[in-house]
Each structure stands twice: as structure tokens, then as C-alpha cells.
Design a protein around this ligand. Structure first.
Ligand code: ADP
Ligand code: MG
Length: 250
């Protein structure tokens, strides 16, 4: 399988504080990849640096090109707390924003764009809410609308930052189902994730970081107590017969 993303020696500094330290890895097409690490480990910063939203040292290549040349191929769902949910905008317009990379600036959205919006809302089970204000919805419904926006973009590479935080079980199930579908279609999906109990069930591969890259590999190879303990440092406790039960405090 071809590499869709190549990250070489990526570092991000906030003032003198190094939030992401010399991270390198390559990701293949058709993978669902969890980004795991404690609070403040640089997970969100890593994603933003890859997307070119944060100034970084190093090199990022997507489908053999620089990110700015293939921006329309990359979809991003930010962490919920970074979105202004009071912004007065209709659900269908949020999803239509996902089409903007496809619509020339001098043109109106066309029939095809509106069709894609309808299809995307249908996939996340939110079509009946298309004329509602985004701020009126529950957390899970809002997240589903943002997933619909990402789907509408028809991207090849997806980054979702903690998509399951603060949402209901039904929304989580709908979203993970869609992410698996994207993976099965050959897309690569990165998900910053918090809840270790779901890791084995949800992901093909894991990227474990704590400022630096601790490990990147198949879930069954890297989801191991010693590697998790290295990632979470003091904030993890292992117990049980094989030290295979973990408690993370962060
Ligand atoms: P995570 O997503 O893993 O919780 P972040 O990427 O948000 O971690 O943050 C990594 C580190 O960078 C933290 O120490 C955080 O306080 C710091 N940081 C994040 N964003 C900024 C910013 N805009 N300015 C200064 N420091 C920041
Ligand atoms: Mg974060």
C-alpha cells in the first residue's frame, strides 16, 4: 500500500516550550490510526502542524506533495472546545463549507454540491435537522454535523481531534461506523483519542506520543503495558494478574 502521509522530523515550539519534538512516521492508505498520549502530550499540536495550521520545523508530505498543494484532500475536525457553537449558522451550511475547496470563489454552490450535502447529512443521520441552527443541537449531534462536513469534502486523509468527547453513545457508534467505512474505501483516518478501553476495538494502528514519538505500529504490537507506561509516564497505573489493567489519571 502506498504511503499517504510522510512526516519527517516535525517539531513545534511555543515560545521556548517544545510541544512536539522531532516526530517522524509514515502512514499507509486505508488505515484507521489512533493518536494516543496524556494531556498536553502535543496531540492537537501535531495534527495542526501536519495541516500547516501551526508553525513547525520539519517536512510533511501528503500523497507525495506539500500540504498546501493538496489541502482539498485533507479533512480536519477540530476539538469541540475550539469551535464557536454560538455562531449563527444552519446545519446544512456547516456541511456546505466542506464543499468550498471544490467550488471556485466566483461561483455559487451547484446542484452536485447540494446533493453531496444531502448525502453527507443522511450518512450521519442528521438530514431532518438541516434547517436547524448548529447551536441548538446536542453535543453528539453537533459532532455528527462536523463529520458530515468532513465527508462532504471527499478527502483522502482525515484528522479528527477527540471526536468522541462529550457525545452520546449513539453518535459515537454512528461516527465509528463511518470512520470504518472510510478506511474500507482506502482512506486514512487519524483520530486523537482518550479512552484507552476502546483502543483495541477501534483502531488498526496507534501512534503513541509524549512530545516525542514513543511508538507507532499495529495495535496488537504496541498496545502493551510497557509502551503505555512509557507514554503516560507517572499518570498510569498497571495492575491485575498480568499488569494488564490500566488506570490513567490526567
Ligand atoms: P494535547 O492535545 O495532547 O492535550 P496540545 O497539543 O494541546 O496537547 O498541547 C501541547 C503543549 O503545548 C501543552 O503544554 C500546551 O499547554 C501547549 N500549547 C498548546 N497550544 C498552545 C498555544 N497556542 N500557545 C502556547 N502553548 C500551547
Ligand atoms: Mg488536544
Amino acid at each position: 500500500m502506498a504511503d499517504v502521509l510522510k512526516v519527517e522530523s516535525l517539531s513545534v515550539y511555543y515560545e521556548k516550550n517544545e510541544a512536539v519534538k522531532d516526530i517522524s512516521f509514515s502512514a499507509e492508505q486505508g488505515k484507521l490510526i489512533g493518536i494516543i498520549g496524556p494531556n498536553g502530550a502535543g496531540k492537537s499540536t501535531l495534527i495542526k502542524a501536519i495541516l500547516g495550521l501551526e508553525k513547525a520545523l520539519g517536512k510533511v508530505t501528503v500523497l507525495g506533495k506539500s500540504v498546501k498543494d493538496v489541502r482539498e484532500k485533507i479533512s480536519y475536525v477540530p476539538q469541540r472546545n475550539q469551535i464557536d457553537w454560538d455562531f449563527p449558522v444552519l446545519v446544512e451550511d456547516v456541511v456546505l463549507m466542506g464543499r468550498f475547496t471544490h467550488i471556485p470563489w466566483y461561483k455559487k454552490a451547484g446542484k452536485k454540491d447540494h446533493l453531496v450535502v444531502t448525502e453527507s447529512l443522511e450518512k450521519v443521520g442528521m438530514l431532518d435537522f438541516r434547517k436547524r441552527q448548529i447551536g441548538e443541537l446536542s453535543g453528539g449531534q453537533q459532532q455528527r454535523v462536523f463529520i458530515a462536513r468532513a465527508l462532504a469534502q471527499h478527502a483522502d486523509l482525515f484528522f479528527l481531534d477527540e471526536p468522541f468527547v462529550g457525545i452520546d453513545v449513539t453518535s459515537e457508534e454512528i461516527i465509528i461506523h463511518l470512520l470504518r467505512e472510510l478506511r474500507n474505501e482506502g482512506k486514512t483516518v487519524f483520530v486523537v483519542h482518550h479512552d484507552l478501553s476502546k483502543v483495541e476495538q477501534y483502531f488498526d494502528e496507534l501512534l503513541l506520543i509524549n512530545k516525542e514519538l514513543v511508538e507507532f505500529g499495529q495495535v496488537k504490537e504496541v498496545y502493551q503495558p510497557d509502551i503505555l507506561s512509557k507514554t503516560y509516564k507517572g499518570s498510569i497505573q498497571l495492575f491485575g494478574a498480568n499488569e494488564n489493567i490500566m488506570v490513567v489519571s490526567d
